[in-house]
Design a protein around this ligand. Structure first.
Ligand code: GAP
Length: 512
């Protein structure tokens, strides 16, 4: 099995074993692509949300928050384009009755060809050592050139078929002889569009009930409240509205743990600007958002921009921040310059004006919007998977450590009495009483102290504070640092400042 797959399996099992993430309703064998956040997961998720909220709302005078309802008037989704265009192309296998995303079947086929090319490249690298010139090799080795150009051609035909005619996508699947991954059958139906929104009903009786949707993005709640917030908050363009909350999509390819879920959480911000100034703000937010990610210290090499060449009809610029997940680089956040498309569409469908009077220009206009949109669950996966490390120590033993950015760690310090007697537990409890006003702290007295350290390492707790017999004499404790395992002897009265200095949001956000 590939190493990447092993790492990913490890992430999923660690998340379950240490109380971060469980499959939803597991007693009934779970629900596909739906997950519950457990006692430690909920803290980590809350800390990521707060880290985002503080950097967006608290640190910016011109950005305010919002918490719009999940259920919205159904016309919202007609205006936004989701009723007509929020679709995935699906294909059914007539023999197995299994349903697949047609574009994903083709992409996976293309990826297999790419893997063949990569294998050749790695073989050559091993053969030539330091003298290996990858750039030259991929343009001159006949086999690699053939693999890469075939892959390119397939992806280009897929992109064309997706916009022009879905029948061409089916023809491509047949021509490439792509088989049902589970059964090997090549007996396919036509490709059809499938809307990703979950429907629900509002009303007491079946006849009078109104069809609603569970929101597929939080952004529309911001757009329809744009003028309410602007007027009641006396906001001046440029200004932003930020929101975190649940979104729902009936994803067909729902794999990769919490990367692609049917119920997930978004952290979105719409920034309203003067028409014509949107590119300046687009570049500003691209850079600002990347810096926010980098401030967490997960490694610059794990991020890259993917600038969209083909733009949605409402956008005049768009980019993704991609992250190096255990299964490769994938979208973590989107930054989109959405023009005035959404506000104009809501004006048209509602018949209400959604315009801003700019006192400096002395004119009314529909503002342009730059959006930043990051998935909270994807952030969780990025942070969790990168932090989970297996270390070999000097004595040859190994330890599993979750090197979470300490500002995000679910528990900031564990207080451990060395033994369960001689009054040490009482002192430990007193320390907890003092620290718990400022930090999430835990008490642990079970097992030898070495095992307790390992347990806290696996939970990502940055500090272990041990109370021993010397504490009775001079009111000092040892404080052990998770990443270095270094221990210092410090006064109990110094603990709060030491922890604060390490975990304070200010110190982390200052790195932006
Ligand atoms: N308002 C814009 C919007 O919703 P998107 O690219 O569809 O754009 C934004 O979604 C972000 O939401 C993505 O970058 C991703 O982090 C997250 N996201 C989207 N679909 C998701 C899913 N099924 N499961 C988890 N996160 C998802």
């Amino acid at each position: 099995m590939a190493k990447q797959e092993d790492i990913f399996k490890n992430v999923v099992s660690h998340a379950k074993e240490y109380g971060f993430i469980f499959p939803s309703s597991e007693v009934y064998d779970g629900l596909s692509a739906v997950y519950d956040y457990a006692q430690n997961g909920v803290e980590l998720k809350k800390n990521i949300r707060e880290y985002w909220w503080k950097s967006m709302v608290q640190m910016n005078e011109n950005i305010v928050g919002l918490d719009a309802a999940i259920l919205m008037h159904p016309t919202t989704w007609k205006a936004s384009g989701h009723v007509d265009a929020f679709n995935d192309p699906l294909i059914d296998n007539k023999d197995s009755k299994k349903r697949y995303r047609a574009d994903v079947l083709v992409e996976e086929y293309a990826e297999k060809i790419n893997q063949k090319a990569q294998k050749e490249i790695e073989k050559a690298r091993a053969r030539f050592g330091d003298a290996f010139n990858e750039e030259e090799f991929v343009t001159t080795n006949a086999r690699v050139v053939e693999y890469l150009s075939k892959r390119k051609e397939i992806l280009a035909r897929l992109a064309k078929g997706m916009t022009d005619d879905l029948q061409d996508v089916k023809a491509l699947i047949e021509e490439l002889e792509i088989a049902d991954p589970e059964t090997g059958s090549k007996n396919w139906t036509d490709v059809k569009q499938f809307n990703l929104m979950f429907g629900t009903k509002l009303g007491a009786s079946a006849e009078s009930a109104m069809d609603l949707y569970l929101r597929p993005e939080t952004a529309q709640g911001i757009f329809v409240n744009f003028l309410n917030v602007q007027k009641s908050g006396r906001m001046k363009v440029p200004f932003g509205i930020a929101q975190t909350g649940k979104a729902f999509r009936n994803e067909i390819v729902a794999r990769q743990f919490i990367f692609r879920m049917r119920e997930f959480e978004q952290m979105e911000m719409q920034f309203f600007v003067r028409p014509g100034e949107e590119m300046k703000w687009y570049h500003h937010w691209k850079e600002t958002r990347l810096n926010w990610h980098l401030s967490l210290g997960l490694g610059k090499e794990n991020y890259r921009f993917h600038d969209h060449e083909k733009l949605a009809h409402y956008a005049n610029a768009a980019a993704d921040i991609e992250f190096n997940f255990p299964f490769g680089f994938k979208e973590l956040e989107g930054i989109h310059s959405r023009t005035d498309f959404d506000l104009k569409a809501h004006e048209q469908y509602s018949g209400r004006k959604l315009q801003y009077f700019d006192p400096e220009l002395n004119e009314n206009y529909v503002p342009y919007v730059v959006e930043t949109s990051v998935g909270l669950d994807r952030m969780f996966l990025a942070v969790f998977a990168t932090s989970l490390q297996e270390e070999t120590l000097e004595d040859g033993s190994t330890r599993t450590v979750l090197k979470l950015p300490s500002v995000l760690a679910p528990t900031k310090a564990a207080i451990l009495p060395l033994v369960k007697k001689d009054g040490l537990p009482d002192i430990a409890r007193k320390i907890i009483e003092d620290l718990k006003w400022d930090f999430t702290v835990a008490y642990d007295e079970k097992d030898a102290v070495g095992r307790r350290y390992r347990r806290q390492d696996a939970l990502g707790t940055p500090f272990c504070i041990t109370v021993d017999h010397q504490t009775i004499e001079d009111e000092t404790v040892t404080i052990r640092h998770r990443d270095t395992m270094k221990q210092d002897r410090v006064k109990i009265s110094e603990l709060k400042d030491i922890i604060e200095n390490e975990v304070s949001t200010k110190n982390w956000l200052m790195k932006m």
